[in-house]
Design a protein around this ligand. Sequence first.
Ligand code: 5GP
Ligand code: MG
Length: 174
Amino acid sequence: MLKAKILNEQEIDKILRRLVYEIYENHKDFNELLLVGLWTRGVYLSRRIADIFLSEHGIKLVTSELDITPYRDDLYTKEKIPLKTTNLTSTQDLSVIIVDDVLFTGRTIRGAIEAIFDFGRPKKIELLVLIDRGHRELPINANYLGRYVPTSSKEDVKVRLKEIDNVDEVIILE
Ligand code: 5GP
Ligand code: MG
């Protein structure tokens, strides 16, 4: 059941533009910056951020995609399955910004950090998320945050993006 509409298309776009500006303000060398979008919706968000960066600042950022499922600590198997979906080559000496839609316990991001280290020693890793819904189980926070949305653990945040969902919106279901 729909509990609340959090963001519409214009609000998502406004937030992404602000986050682009924050990244622009915090970084100097954009040649060594790498956006890593987490499958699925983090990938689309990272591409939008790169598009806005190019149109607003004339700078082309490098983007990569990563499916961190094999790195999750709550998988039944302890065996590390090879990464299915990544086009990451090297993270050596790069400033990496992980991009995801929703931050919850933080376990996905922990896995993403581990995966990124498997591709080299980055100079720095930061995190950008559209929604932080609380309930962290690890000491992980976003450097670039769209919106903090306190939720109960029963609720589900739906992030819908035009690229795959035909609409841009964030809603809470309960
Ligand atoms: P965590 O690993 O922090 O517990 O969960 C974050 C990951 O699970 C993210 O990749 C995110 O896409 C997904 N996730 C967790 N909770 C939600 C939620 O309420 N809504 C959506 N859309 N994704 C969630
Ligand atoms: Mg996800």
